[in-house]
Design a protein around this ligand. Sequence first.
Ligand code: FES
Length: 591
Amino acid sequence: MTKHDTSGLSLDPRHPKGASPVTDGIRSGLAQYGDAGLSFFLRKAFIKAMGYSDEALERPIVAITDTFSGYNGCHRTVPDLIAAIERGVMHAGGLPIRFPTISIHESFSHPTSMFLRNLMAMDTEEMVRAQPMDAVVLIGGCDKTVPALLMGAASAGIPAIMEVTGPMMTGHFRGERLGACTDCRRLWSLYRAGDMDEAEIELAGGRLMPTAGTCMVMGTASTMALMTETVGMMLPGGAAIPAVHADRLRHAEATGARAVALAADGLTPDRIMTPAAFENAFRMLLAVGGSTNGLIHMAAVAGRLGIEVDLAAIDRMGRETPVLVDLKPSGRHYMEDLHRAGGAAPILKELRGMLNLGALTVTGRTLGEEIDRAAEEHPEQAVVRPMSDPVWPEGGLAVLRGTLAPDTAVIKQSAASPELLAHEGRAVVFDGLEDLAARIDDPDLDVARDDILVLRNAGPKGAPGMPEAGSMPIPKKLAAEGVRDMVRISDARMSGTAFGTIVLHCCPEAAVGGPLALVRTGDRIRLDTPARRLDLLVDEAALAARRRDWRPPVHAGSQRGYLKLYLETVTQADRGCDFDFMAKAASPEAV
Ligand code: FES
């Protein structure tokens, strides 16, 4: 190939000027014109327009996902994080280049953020694959962004490292500490019950989220951050640092520097996120009383690496893993308190005997080595309890099976009312979100406090997008009588910040003909959490007759675009709700 090297940077995409490259840098993944020399010549000409020097372009490239969005307050600090990451990359001898990806916020995503998670994962995967980079720093935070970025990075297969935006600080209302969104839901329940007036709920609403950052209770964002650190994809100490804390920027700077080393080492996500590492992450989920969404998201990430998650095994782990973290909604504290207590480290120290200590992390050291290196932050802290005095004797989550959920359902028992964990009652059925909204507060609704509320057609395909609607409101007339919890069953998800005796993720969902589709108001249902059972007490002959009359729901607009792709290929909750063609062929090992 003829070279026209007048700028100090070799035009041969395979060989830079001087020594052999450690990384491919700017030469990787050329646009195809049938002439690699031309492709690289054009690339170099265009990138020169960005003002880079030849010396800069010789460096390993660390790309940074820019997930800032004017619609995403949880990611408000992303520009500051990028600046800190860039600093770290440059100090370590790399060239940082940021690029945009989809950003998803819970409250600004119609119909649901879950509907868009797979789109963000595909966007991330393809843009990582398409653009020249030797490593990528993933900036996530809000619920769906962390799993989407991990899914995309797992499939793209280049060295990757996560930096989360970090949790918000707590708010205050009339002397009380507030945490989003556990207190959003609690205060709204008080308002619905008539215990707060319009002015009070308005005032409280303005104080629930006082800073940038993610929800500061043990919701999905906090759960995913702790699971990401435990699975080994984030530098130690990163999960709990508040978004507005200076430590967050120092962690980001270190992350940028580490990304340069990852590029040189070629340490790819599949070497970190192994079955042993996922098992560690699920231990963390159970020990923190984390969000049920953590199960779905990590199953999807594992699926990208050909690792199947066995929910029965996670339930067995749950029986021996106590809840150690005293954080809302299961406990009393908030993420800023966990940061002061040392973040993930004291939890990992308590769990040490249950963890796969040899699992590799992005530091290049094992999880066991990282636990040994972690300083004891605050011996007197009260947020992380010892194994001998847990918040809850078993793991936060239990996996149920039975005639109402042949392929599993999930309950967050640590956030439930203990007296309702084993309960038989009469079903009161809602056919979907519209039906629920139309009838739940009807004064004539035939419902009593011992009944079981059932919501269907709210699963991955049913809603579509599996909304966080599983924590159905208590019917207004019962709320006014002081009823604060009832058994509620659905194929929906639930915010990790919610609480109550709520059975979720019934598989298969009603929209694909699961038994939930056949329940009628007046049927008896038995929930037996200690026995891990969920049963519809209706004989098979009656169900067979109902099944003959059943028709799947039809969604407007489902004949084109992303909705068509989504409805045709999204999997059930027990498989992570990823698209069926995105998982890697399963390996023999399973979690
Ligand atoms: Fe973004 Fe809660 S809405 S983390």
